[in-house]
Structures are given as structure tokens and as C-alpha cells.
Design a protein around this ligand. Structure first.
Ligand SMILES: NC(=O)C1=CN([C@@H]2O[C@H](COP(=O)(O)OP(=O)(O)OC[C@H]3O[C@@H](n4cnc5c(N)ncnc54)[C@H](O)[C@@H]3O)[C@@H](O)[C@H]2O)C=CC1
Ligand SMILES: O=C(O)C(=O)COP(=O)(O)O
Length: 416
């Protein structure tokens, strides 16, 4: 075995933000025992210190993995976002270092859709205000501004995994569903796509946002867009805090232009449960404010823990990158009895021939070779007939445009 190989017990895994125990169990079952499991995110300075000797990091929506953190993460092999959104990770910085990033694209979608549906009904009935009043000893028995969901129009912005699931649940309750998406999509049930955001805003009684954080979605709902919404309508945002200009929403609610709102995500969110939540929406009637818990159900978190830890284990053991959000996707068979080499490089001509030259000069025979590229990097997995030793490995690391070389042995041990 080459000197550079690392025993699984030496592979350090850092899990932040209270990732579900199912992930820890999965890592342990796969032989990875060096796990630090923390309940919160870390501030940048602490994270930079901690990440220096970490091989795999797991996080949720709060931890910011920016260029400065990646620059310190010399040993980092892969990132697991135990959530859907990956906007908290600088994907380019990861790619530049040959680090794949994984997420859980489906496991919490149902939880978000259920919450939005429940909030829709609560807001149509003015429940937040009536409940708050009753807690203070009040009695707001009235049908004023209270409506059934049946026959109301729900407008979904972003008809992806969550939007489409919400559409099905909402129709079963009697909502008419329309949606706007930049991609043409087949509607579920009787839901109909509309041609523009403006049309959706003008027609919907409830507008619910389900777009990712992208340059094109940043502040896409501001004063101008809110002005297009029907008087007395409702806005729900459980996507990202960057999608809505929160001051414009607060003004519209204060002016009575909108009848209510439910907001789960904010431009600035507290870093932990002990920090005060500050928002212009605080104290407004018929507004449901939740602390970014759209995906926070035990069911979703358990499934996410399993899903993302499996992806990290499979990448570590096998080199498979299927479903990575930034990396060329390679699905690989197991490699019993063979030595496996992973080479990540800039996608420029000539690298493959150089790799093969090094192998041939070291009398190493190739048993299987799998190459995938994207615009920026090439990822090649090579099964070879024998242990190549530090000399060949060294030569491979020196091939021009190499970002990273890893070795997986047939017994699944590893080189970082
Ligand atoms: N509140 C919470 O706890 C949670 C929030 N989320 C957020 O919800 C977002 C959506 O999740 P999924 O439905 O799973 O994502 P998805 O990627 O399946 O769907 C997003 C949809 O938005 C569309 N889209 C993109 N740009 C658009 C634009 N400018 N205008 C209209 N449509 C546009 C896409 O074409 C796609 O159909 C996530 O990216 C995440 O930020 C996700 C889970 C939990
Ligand atoms: O899945 C997502 O994108 C979410 O926003 C949920 O984030 P969380 O894991 O609850 O911090």
C-alpha cells in the first residue's frame, strides 16, 4: 500500500447545524469513525480554523462556505449540503479545487409544500391575528376578510420539486392553480402555466414563491411587483430571503394592500437560536413569521441525513459523483481486487495522454477508465492492475493542470 494512503478512521468528518443522527449512523456503519457532530453553524474565523484538517464537511443552509474558507480547507475532499439550496456554498471555489458538492434535492420538498398549504388556509381565514387576539383575551368572531380555499387561485412562482408538489396538494383542496416558471413545464392535474410573472401576480389570490437563489431571482418581488398583485391578496415566501424586498412587503401589509403574508426565509437570518430576529415584518397582523423551518421536520431531516451521507460515503469509497451539483457525474461499479485512481484536472487538451503516459512508464496496466468533463474540469477514474506506489502517484500529481489525485484501494482505504 502506498505510504500516502489514509485509514478510514483517520478521515475526518465535520457535521454542522444539527444534522440528523441518521447521517452519523450511516458514516459509522460504513467504517468512518472520526466524526465531529455539532448542533450549530460556526462563524467564519472558527470554521477556517476547524476546516484545515477536515476531509468531508456536512452543513445546512446557514453555514457559509466562501472562497476564504475553501482556501483554508487544504484536505477537503467533498461537501455535503444536508438540504436543497446550495447558494451558501461558493460552487466555483469548490470546483476550482476539485471538490464535488452534493445535496438532497427531494427529501424535504413535501415538508415545505405541506407548510405552505397550511399557511394558505390560515391566512385566508385571518387566523394569526385572531389567535394572537384570543391569547390576549380578545374575541374576534367575524367573517370579515375570511375566505374558503375552494375556488381561490394559487399562483406558484417556480414550478420545480416543491412548486409542483404544492400544486397537487392545493388542487385536492379546491384551489385553482396557475404557475410561472422560466422553463416550460407540464402542469400537474389541472394546473396551468402562465406566460409571465406579471400575469401570475395579477391573477392570483395567493402568490407562493419556490425559486432558488440565483442572480435572476434576487429581489424579483419588490415594490413594482407587489403593486401588480390583487388588492387583498397574500404573499408566501419559503424559498430564499433574497427573493423578496422585505421593506416593500412590510409597506404593502401596513398599507392594507395585501391581506397577509407568510415568510420563512429572510435577507438576514439569526446565526443561531440565541440571536434576536430583527425584521420590519415583526408585529404586523395576519403575518406568519417562521424561523426558516420549511424543511425542518423529523421525517425530512432523517431522510436527508441518510441521502447525503450515502452520497459522501459512495464518493469516498468508490469515486461516484452522481447527482453532484457542480461536478462531472460518474457512476462507477465497485472495484474489488483492483486499485482505483481518481484524477481531477482542468479540462484542457493533452491531460489524458499525459496521465496515460505516466501509467505506462510505470508499467501500470489500465483495467477500466471512466472520464467525464464539464466546461471547467475533467474527472477521470482509472482502475489499474497493481499498486503504483508513491513514485507514480507523485508523477501523476505533477501532470500539468492537475487539481487533485486520490487513490482508492480495493479494501476501500484511501489517500487524501
Ligand atoms: N424554507 C425552507 O426550509 C426550504 C427552502 N427551499 C428553497 O426552495 C427552493 C426551491 O426548491 P425546489 O422546488 O426543490 O427547487 P427546483 O430546482 O426543483 O425548482 C425551482 C424552479 O424554479 C424555476 N426558476 C428558476 N428561476 C426562475 C425564475 N427567475 N422565475 C421563475 N421560475 C424560476 C426553475 O426552472 C425550477 O423549476 C430551493 O432552491 C431552496 O432555496 C428548499 C427547501 C426548504
Ligand atoms: O433545503 C433548503 O434549501 C433549506 O432551505 C432548508 O434549510 P435547513 O436545512 O433547514 O437549514
Amino acid at each position: 500500500m502506498a505510504k500516502t494512503s489514509l485509514d478510514k478512521s483517520k478521515i475526518k468528518i465535520l457535521l454542522l447545524e444539527g444534522i440528523h443522527q441518521s447521517a452519523v449512523d450511516n458514516f459509522l456503519n460504513a467504517g468512518y469513525t472520526n466524526i465531529e457532530h455539532l448542533p450549530t453553524s460556526l462563524d467564519e474565523a472558527t470554521l477556517i480554523e476547524k476546516i484545515r484538517d477536515v476531509h468531508f464537511i456536512g452543513l445546512r443552509s446557514r453555514t457559509q462556505l466562501n472562497e476564504r474558507v475553501f482556501a483554508a480547507a487544504e484536505k477537503l475532499v467533498a461537501v455535503g449540503c444536508f438540504c436543497i439550496g446550495t447558494n451558501q456554498v461558493d460552487l466555483d471555489a469548490a470546483l476550482a479545487r476539485g471538490i464535488p458538492v452534493f445535496n438532497a434535492p427531494y427529501s424535504n420538498t413535501r415538508s415545505v409544500a405541506e407548510l405552505v398549504l397550511a399557511e394558505s388556509i390560515m391566512l385566508l381565514r385571518g387566523i394569526p391575528e385572531k389567535s394572537a387576539s384570543a391569547h390576549q383575551g380578545g374575541w374576534m368572531k367575524s367573517a370579515k376578510n375570511a375566505h374558503e380555499a375552494r375556488g381561490k387561485t394559487l399562483g406558484i412562482v417556480g414550478y420545480g420539486s416543491i412548486g409542483a408538489q404544492l400544486s397537487v396538494l392545493a388542487e385536492s383542496l379546491g384551489f385553482d392553480v396557475i404557475y410561472y416558471d422560466v422553463v416550460t413545464k407540464l402542469g400537474m392535474g389541472n394546473a396551468r402555466q402562465v406566460g409571465s410573472l406579471e400575469e401570475l401576480l395579477a391573477r392570483a389570490d395567493i402568490v407562493s414563491l419556490h425559486v432558488p437563489d440565483l442572480p435572476s431571482t434576487r429581489w424579483m418581488i419588490g415594490e413594482e411587483q407587489i403593486a401588480l398583485m390583487k388588492p387583498g391578496s397574500i404573499l408566501i415566501n419559503a424559498s430564499r430571503g433574497s427573493v423578496v424586498v422585505i421593506e416593500a412587503l412590510a409597506e404593502a401589509l401596513e398599507a392594507g394592500r395585501l391581506n397577509g403574508a407568510a415568510v420563512d426565509v429572510f435577507p438576514v437570518e439569526p446565526k443561531g437560536n440565541n440571536e434576536e430576529f430583527v425584521s420590519p415584518l415583526r408585529g404586523l397582523p395576519n403575518v406568519i413569521l417562521t424561523p426558516h423551518i420549511g424543511g425542518s421536520t423529523l421525517e425530512a431531516q432523517e431522510n436527508i441525513g441518510i441521502e447525503v451521507s450515502e452520497k459522501l460515503v459512495t464518493y469516498s469509497d468508490n469515486g461516484t459523483t452522481i447527482t453532484s451539483v457542480n461536478f462531472p457525474e460518474v457512476a462507477l461499479p465497485a472495484h474489488p481486487g483492483k486499485h482505483r485512481l481518481l484524477h481531477i484536472h482542468d479540462n484542457v487538451p493533452g491531460v489524458m495522454s499525459e496521465i496515460n503516459r505516466v501509467l505506462s512508464e510505470n508499467d501500470i496496466n489500465i483495467l477500466g477508465q471512466y472520464l467525464q468533463t464539464n466546461e471547467r474540469i475533467g474527472y477521470v477514474v482509472i482502475d489499474v492492475n497493481k499498486d503504483y506506489g508513491p513514485k507514480a502517484l507523485e508523477a501523476l500529481s505533477r501532470v500539468d493542470h492537475t487539481k487533485r489525485v486520490r487513490v482508492l484501494y480495493s479494501e476501500s482505504s484511501y489517500e487524501g
